[in-house]
Ligand binder design. Structure first.
Ligand SMILES: NCCCC(=O)O
Length: 235
């Protein structure tokens, strides 16, 4: 049996230095695809494309990971821009919101990571808190803090006990999107995981960065769901 193919959205950078070059790039930290592979999947990157092609692109994969990255433009959740919100990443916003909508339409297993969790919430009509303190300490350095699972959720089934997670974010879920429930909190009450409670649909978002950890439980569950999924025709 071929391994389930997991599509991972990418960062988009105007300027990346590698070798003798300094060029625009679409990239992910290696931890993303290494975690997919450690969980038994094969990984493919999904750089920005025409939003209208999201369903067609997703028809080639078995599961979707929406990666971390910059702040979503508050226009997507009907808010005025806070001075602490980062510059818009318009191309990524449109592509990833389209991918999430297409994945939900197709009942495709979906894991949102950090920005990806926030995008999942916004795609379903939710809103974000545009700035919180305490979830990163030093620019460029991952922090760790505990998260507490909400009993009865998919996440709690996977990780029943409080766990230390790698974190780096300054925004958070505020009003939940349609159908979502909270499946983990930080000690300060920040929403740390969200999911659709439908047992037939594997849709989970985590505010932390599992690709910077050795714990494969969440990604393994995504890959397992992708392995048993019956594709829904797109179009
Ligand atoms: N808002 C983008 C994801 C990371 C953060 O909240 O800082």
């Amino acid at each position: 049996m071929p391994r389930p193919l997991i599509g991972i959205t990418t960062y988009v950078e105007d300027s990346t230095r590698y070798g003798v070059w300094d060029l625009p790039t679409s990239l992910v930290p290696t931890g993303y695809y290494e975690l997919v592979q450690a969980a038994g999947g094969a990984a493919v990157l999904l750089p920005p494309d025409e939003p209208g092609s999201a369903a067609e692109v997703l028809s080639r994969v078995d599961g979707l990971v929406v990666a971390g990255g910059p702040d979503l433009d508050p226009v997507h959740y009907g808010a005025a821009r806070d001075s602490r919100t980062g510059a818009p990443a318009t191309v990524r916003d449109h592509w990833e919101l389209a991918l999430i909508a297409a994945a939900l339409d197709a009942d495709m297993p979906l894991l949102g990571i950090c920005r990806g969790m926030q995008a999942l919430n916004v795609a379903l009509g939710g809103t974000l808190i545009q700035h919180i303190d305490g979830h990163f300490e030093t620019p460029g350095a991952t922090s760790w803090h505990p998260v507490r699972p909400v009993p009865g959720t998919r996440y709690a089934d996977l990780v029943p006990q409080e766990a230390q997670v790698p974190t780096y974010h300054h925004q958070a879920v505020d009003r939940l999107g349609r159908g979502l429930v909270v499946s983990a909190h930080a000690v300060d009450g920040t929403v740390e995981a969200i999911e659709l409670p439908d047992p037939e649909r594997w849709v989970l978002g985590v505010q932390w960065h599992p690709e910077r950890d050795t714990d494969t439980r969440v990604m393994s569950a995504l890959v397992e769901a992708a392995a048993v999924r019956t594709p829904v025709p797109v179009g």
